[in-house]
Design a protein. Structure first.
Length: 718
């Protein structure tokens, strides 16, 4: 590997070769930052890919803040991907379980990726985290195998260990699987070499170095939260363990047994604690004779607490004792047993109550079934994952399903739905999956071919991850209600058509009266004024235009809207018959898109067309030249609002826009420039402006080779 020697960034270490794998024991976040930050800074500055697995007591935000304080260009490194920060629990750990093989493969993959991207190697900081007991061995094996891998790849690996969660066994295993260890002693970092990695001759260590290492190990030994004691085995005349002399104990050991170190060291166990538990003596003897580790629990009369004891023989004639206080756990177990005993009695009482409640429930179910039968309402439930469903008895009746058959699957339920309603039902179900409860009516076809109409309401039940797990709802047979509603609708339609018919007849009567009155005035010698007769004829024309709308509504399929294009064809045909002079060649060109309009729009618009077309006949063609009237009706592609068109409410128009355009034009002599259509003395133009405003529309007059009125409007009330 090129550039074998790398800058560690840590003063007490200095330079180190690729393949270095060491560990650090820390107790505070300051300890962790003190070593990790300079280690990563040196890696970034020397073109290495860096990975930091964050763990307690440091969180991600604090780690990033610490890096920014020390590394000015940290955000640049982060943006280009040279450094990655991730939580320790996300590094091949799921629910406290560690995946050894995945972690090793990922480590190799990351170093290969680093080399491919042009970096000199990989610098990584890992943490032991809080693992489940069964995963601790996997992690120790991972550290052991990683130690081997780092020697073959350009990797610098630092394993950080939170001392508060490390047992004595953990500390020994961790130290054994790293080349050296960093630990703080009297406020200063010390480097502890692993004496098992090389022999003394090869390493060339001095006696002073070993003493320093021993002091650092003693520091770890002193700060352990578990009690640790080393004893010498005392054998009797039969060469069997008889007693044990204390050689060394840590502060936690003193605390657990309630005895000072000075009282124990050099003295035997039975001498110091005459009432030591017989089981402990027995287990110590077993470990001394077999050489195998022994693990057991006792209530220590010496310590007056429950102890978890692990004993092993580090060498012939010696035993190591590791003590852990489990009093709180044991007390919890005792309370739990009492609780379980009480729970047993409660279960018996509760069972009796449940049996009584069950009887009441069955009675309620019978009552519910009867109520559902009377109301034609059934309920159902469908479990999405298993495609299992439940149908009530009334639901079986509604769908005509045999009671002996099991509740149908979702696809089987869909087979009942009328083919024309299938997409509607499926779409409603899909919306429900997004959390929208639905209430729909649809048709079903029974096995005998009978068609029924049902109303269904349902809702989706979601789990903690917001995933739909179950749908439940009710179905009501509304066939008879629907038939009644349809019958009422038919009656209402007939009634309204009859009203249109009567209005049309009344308007025709009014038209006839106007015609008679006009004829009377035309023959009256006293008042034979053409203007009066013409006014009557114009009023008659307007009444006819309204009567025609009611006639179309009476004849059409709809009761509240009409095909306005068809209406315009009939209206203009009537206007041609009544207005076109015999000696003039006037043609009519219609370009009408089918548009359905309500009465509130159609009646004013019909009168407007009547006025404009009548005006063209009367005033546009004084000469005998070939003449034509054009009319165009269309929907607008997008809502239109033109600023060059006259509008009474410009703010409203610009906000809403228009959906329809009507154009009426002729190639006659045109309207004189001095006539302002908004302030005209002509009754017809005044009426046009009033009616355009009534339908919230806009009107524009274009003068030129032809006279064109353009009206933009919407269907009022829609």
């Amino acid at each position: 590997m090129k550039n074998d020697i790398r800058d560690s960034g840590i003063d007490i270490i200095g330079d180190m070769p690729w393949g270095t794998h060491f560990c650090q024991f820390y107790q505070t976040k300051e300890d962790l930052i003190d070593i990790s930050i300079p280690f990563l800074k040196a890696g970034l500055e020397n073109n290495e890919l860096c990975l930091w697995l964050i763990s307690e007591p440091l969180d991600m935000e604090e780690a990033e803040e610490a890096l920014r304080r020390t590394i000015p260009d940290f955000d640049v490194y982060l943006e280009r991907g040279q450094i990655e920060l991730t939580a320790c629990t996300d590094w091949h750990i799921r629910d406290g379980t560690f995946n050894l093989e995945r972690a090793l493969n990922s480590l190799i993959e990351r170093v290969n990726r680093a080399l491919t991207r042009g970096y000199n190697g990989l610098r990584i900081i890992e943490n032991t985290c809080r693992l489940k007991k069964e995963s601790r061995n996997d992690f120790i094996n991972y550290e052991r195998r990683k130690d081997s891998i780092t020697g073959k790849y350009p990797i610098l690996a630092l394993c950080t260990c939170f001392l508060d969660i490390c047992s004595a066994t953990d500390i020994m295993e961790i130290v054994a699987n790293h080349q050296f260890t960093l630990a703080r002693k009297e406020g200063k970092w010390e480097r502890i070499e692993n004496s098992g990695r090389k022999n003394i001759t090869e390493s060339g260590r001095t006696e002073q170095e070993f003493r320093e290492n021993e002091e650092c190990y003693r520091m770890l030994f002193t700060n352990m939260t578990e009690g640790f004691g080393l004893v010498e085995v005392i054998y009797n005349g039969d060469n069997k363990p008889h007693d044990y002399r204390y050689l060394e104990v840590n502060p936690a050991f003193e605390l657990y047994l309630g005895a000072k170190k000075e009282r124990m060291l050099g003295k035997t166990m039975l001498e110091t604690f005459p009432n030591v538990h017989p089981k402990a003596v027995e287990k110590y003897s077993e470990a001394a004779l077999s050489g195998r580790p022994i693990h057991f629990e006792i209530f220590s009369r010496v310590a007056n607490k429950y102890l978890d004891i692990y004993v092993f023989s580090p060498e012939k004639g010696k035993l190591a004792l590791i003590l852990r206080d489990i009093t709180e756990r044991k007390e919890t177990e005792t309370k739990l047993k009492e609780t379980l005993d009480n729970l047993g009695n409660l279960v018996k009482e509760r069972t009796a109550k449940l049996e009584k409640a069950y009887g009441s429930l069955k009675e309620s179910e019978r009552s519910l079934a009867e109520a559902q039968k009377m109301a034609h309402v059934g309920h159902w439930q469908w479990t999405i994952k298993t495609d299992e469903s439940y149908w009530s008895q009334e639901l079986y009746r509604i769908f005509g399903r045999n009671f002996q058959e099991s509740s149908p699957t979702y696809q089987e339920f869909l087979s009942y739905v009328h083919p024309d309603d299938l997409d509607y039902v499926n779409n409603a179900a899909k919306k429900a999956m997004n959390g929208e409860p639905y209430s729909i009516d649809y048709r079903i076809v029974l096995a005998n071919g009978e068609e029924r109409t049902v109303h269904m309401q349902s809702q989706v039940i979601f789990d903690e991850q917001n995933i739909p797990v179950r749908i439940q709802g009710i179905v009501q047979d509304i066939t008879e209600r629907k038939k009644a509603e349809e019958a009422l609708q038919k009656i209402e339609k007939i009634r309204i058509k009859e009203i249109h018919h009567r209005i049309k007849n009344n308007l025709q009567v009014i038209s006839s009266l106007l015609d008679l009155q006009a004829e009377t005035f035309s023959k009256n010698k006293v008042c034979k004024t053409p203007e009066v007769v013409e006014a009557f004829m114009e009023s008659q024309s307007r009444v006819i235009s309204m009567a025609l709308i009611h006639e179309e509504l009476y004849k059409g399929d709809k009761i509240d809207s009409l095909d306005f294009a068809a209406y315009l064809r009939k209206l203009t045909a009537d206007l041609f018959r009544s207005h076109k002079p015999e000696n003039k060649d006037i043609s009519l060109e219609l370009d009408l898109e089918q548009v359905f309009l309500g009465m509130d729009t159609a009646i004013p618009l019909g009168i407007i067309v009547n006025e404009l077309v009548s005006n063209s006949f009367k005033h546009a063609f004084p000469h005998g030249k070939e003449s034509k009237i054009q009319m165009k009706l269309q929907r607008n592609g997008t809502s239109a609002a033109r600023k060059d068109i006259s509008c009474q409410n410009r703010t409203y128009i610009e906000k809403k826009g228009f959906h329809y355009t009507l154009e009426v034009s002729d190639n006659g002599k045109g309207i004189p420039e001095e006539i302002d259509i908004e302030n005209s003395n002509s009754l017809g133009l005044q009426l046009v402006n009033i009616l355009v405003e009534q339908i919230d529309g806009c009107i524009k007059l274009e003068r030129g080779q032809e006279t064109k009125f353009t009206i933009l409007f919407n269907d009022v009330g829609v």
